[in-house]
Design a binder for this molecule. Structure first.
Ligand code: ADP
Length: 479
């Protein structure tokens, strides 16, 4: 079977969040399932710079206002189609420039979807490549129009799967753009791409695809409710069994504490003692007192309302009163960044922060912190808690979405059964977070219990094999 994967980000070439991790790792795991995958991504500068020996397999003199080439190439284990359209992608900043979101984002990502649809329609069957997918798997709003183009073009088409990585990013664009996007008048309908009077790229992908998935079973339920559906719950409910949740994995070659080159000291589940070296390095790096006995809580996060940093800020006095330290790595919202800076000034040696995007520090926190706090208000899947499980940083998470599905709370029953892997709190408030921190501090004082929880997490299966099998089954259903 041949599969075309379409996403606007792809690790290790371009990444702003978990979408890139999935788009970079799932195709590789699918090879094991006997699926031939090619991934289509925009030719941003970072992608173009990484190409070696790319072959031009198609040329379009005018794609949304300028010439474009489709390149085929191999980067590591990934087979790529790169859409080289300099008028759309040759600029720094994936989605936004210094003045905010790029004004032509509708066309930048319509172009990605248009070309994906054309490949699905057999655009490459006549050239040297002779390649046509049986299924197209499109990710998030940026690839949302793919299935809509296939639907409104009519004619033979591949099966379509659409994955929602985060319902909060919907790609709403003005209805007037309909003709410029190359969609027919009849597409602007409730049964089409119309969404609350505008054109919804995410809505279009959900409406037009054969199957819709999201990145955890709990999130698949949450988004069917009014509270979690962000205006799309009616449509999502109407999908019935066509909407399912498949929990993400992590790339266990990148995230392997036994071989991780970014860690000062490597370790495994049988002997995690070298974590102490990483912890000391992390404390030093962030200006925290280097004390092995202090429970060190870490955070690795995009800084937005979703991620609940304000809740953690409210719970911070209790965390510190209980003898804890906090190490934060985050980038995003300026107001949240300012709050974090203020906290690290207010509590020198006890709260340390690095503001920005830093893979090395992310690995150091996973390999050195005692616990990883993820207080999200909603979380489709969440990857940081999966990495934390593997690295022995006990996850302390809100009981939502994929956090709920991946962490087993250390309540008395789970402790007695020996299956706990972390701590959960619900509902998502500062006071329930405080209660979880209090429980974590109590467990920290019982080294045997703590180490059992840590070990349970480290020995779990967090890789892509299981999810890849489920995706493969889905593709076969609709191919
Ligand atoms: P989201 O996609 O909502 O941002 P996820 O938990 O699904 O959240 O994925 C976040 C990914 O980005 C993880 O791989 C995490 O390690 C990484 N990450 C987040 N913030 C940073 C940062 N400031 N520096 C380095 N890596 C980060």
């Amino acid at each position: 079977m041949k599969l075309l994967s379409v996403a606007s980000e792809l690790f290790p070439l371009v990444k702003t969040g978990g979408l890139a991790d999935v788009a970079g790792a799932l195709p590789i795991a699918l090879v094991e399932e006997g699926i031939e995958v090619r991934s289509l991504i925009p030719g941003y500068p970072a992608v173009m710079a990484a190409l070696r020996d790319a072959e031009t397999v198609h040329h379009d003199p005018s794609l949304f206002g300028g010439p474009a080439r489709l390149l085929a190439t191999q980067v590591g284990a990934l087979s790529l189609f790169v859409l080289d359209a300099p008028h759309l992608y040759d600029r720094s900043g994936l989605y936004a420039g210094p003045a905010g979101d790029w004004a032509d984002n509708p066309f930048r990502f319509a172009a990605l979807s248009r070309v994906a649809a054309q490949i699905g329609q057999g655009m490459l069957t006549h050239g040297t490549m002779a390649w046509r997918p049986d299924v197209i798997h499109a990710h998030d709003w940026q690839a949302g129009l793919t299935a809509a183009y296939l639907h409104f073009d009519g004619g033979p088409r591949p099966g379509t799967v659409f994955t929602i990585h985060n319902l909060a990013f919907q790609g709403q664009v003005p209805a007037e753009l309909l003709p410029a996007l190359g969609l027919p008048h009849r597409a602007l309908d409730m049964h089409g791409v119309e969404h609350y009077g505008a054109i919804g790229f995410l809505k279009a992908g959900i409406w037009a695809s054969d199957r819709v998935t999201t990145v955890s079973p709990s999130y698949a339920e949450e988004i069917r409710t009014e509270a979690g559906g962000m205006g799309l719950d009616g449509l999502l409910r109407s999908l019935g069994g066509r909407l399912t949740g498949i929990l993400n994995g992590i790339d266990t070659t990148v995230w392997n504490p036994a071989t991780d080159p970014r860690l000062p000291a490597r370790f495994n589940a049988d002997d995690p003692t070298a974590r102490a070296i990483n912890k000391a390095r992390l404390q030093a790096r962030l200006g925290l007192a280097t004390d092995p006995a202090t429970p060190l809580f870490g955070v690795i996060s995009r800084l937005s309302w979703q991620k609940g940093m304000d809740l953690l800020q409210a719970a911070l006095p209790l965390l510190l009163k209980g003898g804890g330290q906090l190490a934060i790595l985050g980038a995003g919202d300026a107001a949240i960044q300012a709050d974090i800076t203020a906290a690290s000034r207010q509590y020198p040696g006890r709260v340390g922060a690095i503001l920005g995007y830093d893979e090395d520090v992310a690995h150091l926190i996973q390999g050195g912190a005692d616990a990883l706090v993820v207080p999200s208000r909603f979380e489709p899947c969440g990857l940081t808690q999966l990495c934390a499980l593997r690295y022995g940083a006990v996850p302390l998470v809100s009981r939502v979405g994929g956090l709920q599905d991946s962490v087993i709370d250390a309540n008395e029953a789970a402790l007695a059964a020996g299956v706990a892997t972390g701590l959960q709190f619900a509902p998502v408030t500062a006071s329930t977070l405080e209660q979880a921190i209090t429980r974590a501090l109590a467990l920290w004082a019982r080294p045997d219990a703590w180490q059992t929880i840590q070990r349970n997490g480290m020995t779990g299966d967090h890789g892509w094999n299981r999810p890849a099998r489920r995706y493969a089954r889905l593709y076969k259903e609709i191919a």
